[in-house]
Design a protein around this ligand. Structure first.
Ligand SMILES: Nc1nc2c(ncn2[C@@H]2O[C@H](COP(=O)(O)OP(=O)(O)OP(=O)(O)O)[C@@H](O)[C@H]2O)c(=O)[nH]1
Length: 818
């Protein structure tokens, strides 16, 4: 008697397996949901908050530093950071402790590369791939990663469906006439499949619960070449369950394989189909022979076939076809469930068992290793009727099959999902911990940047008003000084010219004699006009010096207020360009200059607006020689200047005036109005006297000659005085004060000074403003960067925690007890 017949509470064991399976399944579904939510969150974070970096780990050399890896990122493969790889593939920076020899438990069991989230960045040859990777930007890698995350989420959804799928298919196959249909019927607790001593099963009969067909018992004959859909009756023809035997007999004569879907109602609660956890459908396959072998092998390979039950007759052992099938199937499915049927017919059961097991050992070693659970010796024919040890053996086999289905499902459906989840979670952990390191280093970097830029910005902010004040002061002081200086120089010059003296180092021409008096007057006029122009030039030169000084002060202000690293103004102040005209067109040589500016220096003179260049000022008139009107006014002055003075013609009174003037000046000094009146009275007395009248003519003639002589002799000194006075009067006689020569020049010099200083100030202000804007932007960026990196640091830490929780809650990685 075999030990397999010993009672081992098979049903209780099957229940345990079922419970374990259900727990395993539920935990996996939870883990799948949590992992999916983490992946979705990473996608969202990658999209909205942080460009997730894709880490690459390189193995360190073996030896005491086994735990060390170097971490780099796909977008920057050249920068490598030494890291320590934790047991769950979380990475952390290498610390001093890591120099110690790692213990066995610390050695990371997982490889350092990604499993699920691996990006296929290596395109083309190794060299070009390297250059490609280095060219990939952070964002494009993040995009690739996002796609990979999306694929993983889609895959996870499929896994969830697979884990929750309760349908399971058990293919019953074996040698011809081995009792497959009898076994299926016994498992169904109903005579459904035709049983005959002759080989009779010619079609694949897939038995389902009638609930899958709306509770209706029926046989669906699936049309060859169509995808079966129970809801679409164009994909099958229907027959009654009772007619199954006839149908199968009918197919016996035909060559093509058929698939029959058999829906059964009112199934036995204890049958294999009512598993409670999975809906098992039994497929009764045709007996194996040369013709059916290939088809059945192909059928068994289908993914939805969870378990292959191989039925062998204890009487015949394995045929060649059976061996071939078992060999192929065991290579693919590893474990097979073998039912040695018709065991009742065997007398020497031990020998039979030994021989059969020996054969199984050769054909499917792993099935042999688990023979107690996977190889069963039964009598299917009497299982239902018998309640003795045959029935017990059958029951045990049934329970074992149920457990095996679940165990197989655990291995074929749950285990791969669990492995996938474990890999995915450790990928997430690697991704999160590496990004956490990046975030940490970015926090540090942002803080370092802030430490460098914030004080500079603060200093600029607090110095802004001071700079503004300084620039205003320089401008106002410069303009003030230049104006005051100009006013003084011009006033002095005008005073001097007004008294007939030239200014500066200019000299009056020497008197060439009476014959050239006209030329003399012209030259004197020119010299005196040049004097005023010279004064203007001097005032301009002073303004240039003052402006240069101001420009230097502005430069100093720039040095004081502009932060290091900001480019200083490249403008070079050219004092000679002040008060200059920019002429375009013709160069000094008369050639056309293309758009090149020619600076004509020399202020008012250079601009052609000097007094000496004004034709109206150059004109020499008779009045430059004898300003009789002036003489008269000096001696009989009405106390006010007359604007008509310059253009009045000499009349009789003027002539008298000249004479009187001459008279009065004979003595070398003016005798005053009273003296003149007295003289006139005496003259009238004199002319009323006879004798006097006789003498009058020669006396008057002598006096006139004397006067003329005097005037002529005085010309070298009187002409400069006269011309100077006239020039002074002319430049001062403009009605509008602002247009007066002096004030006009003072204003012009002040304006030009202001223009230069303002330009320099504007330049500095602009530099200061843009530097401040830039520093402000840098500070803002660093602050935002710090905030973002801090958030990322926190977020990736939480991802690590969540991954740990998922792993722990689902008890992933623990061996599932079945
Ligand atoms: N004594 C005994 N006879 C059995 C047993 N199982 C099946 N038989 C008989 O063996 C014959 C063949 O049984 P089937 O169930 O038709 O065999 P099968 O493997 O389905 O045959 P095909 O599908 O036609 O290859 C029938 O006469 C059964 O009564 C068993 O365990 N003990």
């Amino acid at each position: 008697m075999s030990q397999s017949y010993m009672p081992v509470r098979p049903v209780a064991k099957a229940d345990d397996v079922q419970d374990a399976y259900n727990h395993h399944k539920d935990r996996l579904v939870d883990a799948i949901d949590s992992t999916k939510s983490i992946l979705t969150d990473i996608r969202g974070f990658n999209k909205d908050d942080w460009v997730v970096r894709y880490p690459q780990l390189k193995e360190a050399a073996a030896g005491p530093e086994t735990l060390r890896r170097s971490l780099s990122f796909a977008d920057d493969p050249t920068t490598q950071t030494p890291v320590r790889l934790g047991p769950t593939r979380s990475v952390s920076l290498v610390s001093l402790d890591d120099t110690k020899q790692p213990t066995d438990t610390e050695i990371p069991p997982l490889s350092s590369d990604f499993h699920v989230l691996r990006l296929d960045l290596k395109l083309g040859s190794a060299n070009s791939a390297l250059s490609l990777v280095s060219q990939l930007e952070k964002s494009s890698i993040a995009h690739l990663l996002d796609e990979r995350l999306a694929t993983s989420i889609a895959h996870i959804d499929k896994l969830r469906l697979r884990v929750q799928d309760t349908s399971s298919k058990v293919l019953v196959t074996g040698d011809l006439n081995a009792g497959k249909s009898t076994l299926v019927n016994a498992l169904l607790r109903r005579q459904v499949m035709p049983v005959d001593q002759q080989p009779c099963t010619t079609a694949f009969c897939e038995v389902h619960d009638a609930t899958e067909n709306g509770g209706v018992e029926a046989v669906h004959i699936v049309k060859v070449g169509t995808a079966y859909n129970p809801a679409d009756d164009s994909t099958f023809t229907t027959a009654a369950v009772e007619d199954l035997e006839d149908l199968i007999a009918e197919y016996e004569t035909k060559d093509t394989e058929h698939l029959l879907k058999v829906y059964l109602a009112g199934k036995d609660q204890n049958s294999l189909l009512s598993n409670g956890t999975v809906n098992i459908s039994l497929i009764d396959a045709p007996g194996l022979n040369r013709d059916s072998l290939k088809t059945t092998a192909l059928f068994a390979r289908q993914e939805e076939i969870d378990v292959v039950v191989f039925v062998v007759s204890a009487e015949n052992h394995f045929t060649l076809s059976a061996k071939e099938f078992l060999w192929t199937a065991s290579n693919e499915k590893a474990y097979l469930f073998i039912v040695v049927n018709k065991y009742d017919m065997i007398r020497n059961k031990d020998k039979c068992r030994r021989v059969v097991l020996e054969q199984i050992k050769g054909l499917s070693p792993r099935t042999f290793e688990d023979a107690n659970d996977l190889v069963h010796f039964v009598d299917s024919a009497s299982a239902a009727n018998d309640d003795g040890k045959e029935a017990f053996a059958f029951e045990e086999m049934e329970a074992a099959l149920r457990s095996f289905v679940l165990t197989k499902r655990s291995k074929s459906k749950l285990q791969p999902v669990e492995t996938f989840l474990l890999n995915l979670l450790s990928d997430i952990e690697l991704l999160a911990s590496a990004n956490k390191l990046v975030a940490e280093s970015e926090v540090a970097q942002a803080r370092a940047e802030l430490a460098a830029t914030k004080p500079v910005l603060e200093k600029m902010k607090s110095g802004r008003d001071k700079l503004e004040e300084g620039l205003e002061t320089v401008e106002e002081e410069g303009v003030g000084k230049a104006s005051v200086k100009a006013k003084k120089v011009l006033t002095d010059a005008l005073e001097q010219v007004g008294s007939g003296k030239p200014f500066g180092d200019l000299r009056l021409p020497s008197y060439p004699g009476l014959l050239s008096v006209w030329d003399y007057a012209r030259d004197v006029r020119r010299t005196l006009l040049d004097s005023l122009d010279l004064a203007v030039k001097l005032a301009e030169d002073e303004a240039r010096i003052i402006t240069s000084d101001g420009v230097v002060q502005i430069k100093d202000l720039g040095e004081e207020h502009l932060p290091a690293g900001v480019e200083r103004s490249r403008r070079i102040f050219m004092p000679e360009a002040m008060f200059s005209a920019v002429r375009r067109g013709k160069g000094p040589n008369g050639l056309k200059t293309r758009g090149k500016a020619v600076v004509v220096a020399g202020g008012a003179l250079g601009l052609g607006i000097g007094l000496a260049s004004r034709p109206d000022m150059q004109e020499t008139t008779f009045l430059d020689l004898f300003d009789v009107n002036h003489q008269f006014l000096v001696h009989f002055g009405d106390g006010s200047k007359s604007s008509s003075e310059t253009d009045s013609n000499p009349g009789a009174l003027s002539v008298v005036g000249v004479g009187v003037g001459a008279l009065t000046m004979v003595g070398g000094q003016a005798i005053g109005v009273r003296g003149v009146i007295e003289g006139v009275v005496r003259l009238s007395d004199f002319f009323s006297n006879e004798t006097a009248r006789k003498w009058a003519l020669p006396v008057v003639g002598a006096v006139t000659i004397g006067a003329v002589v005097y005037v002529v002799l005085e010309l070298p000194t009187s002409i400069p005085r006269t011309i100077g006075r006239r020039i002074k009067v002319t430049v001062e006689s403009v009605e509008d004060d602002d247009n007066q020569w002096e004030s006009q020049n003072v204003v012009r010099i002040g304006r030009e000074t202001r223009k230069v200083l303002r330009l320099a100030s504007w330049d500095l202000r602009e530099r200061f403003r843009s530097a401040m804007d830039e520093r402000g932007k840098e500070v803002r960026n660093a602050e935002e960067g710090e905030k973002r990196a801090l958030k990322a640091q926190e977020w990736f830490t939480s991802v690590g925690v969540r991954v740990g929780e998922v792993r722990e809650n689902a008890r992933l990685g623990e061996t599932v007890a079945v």
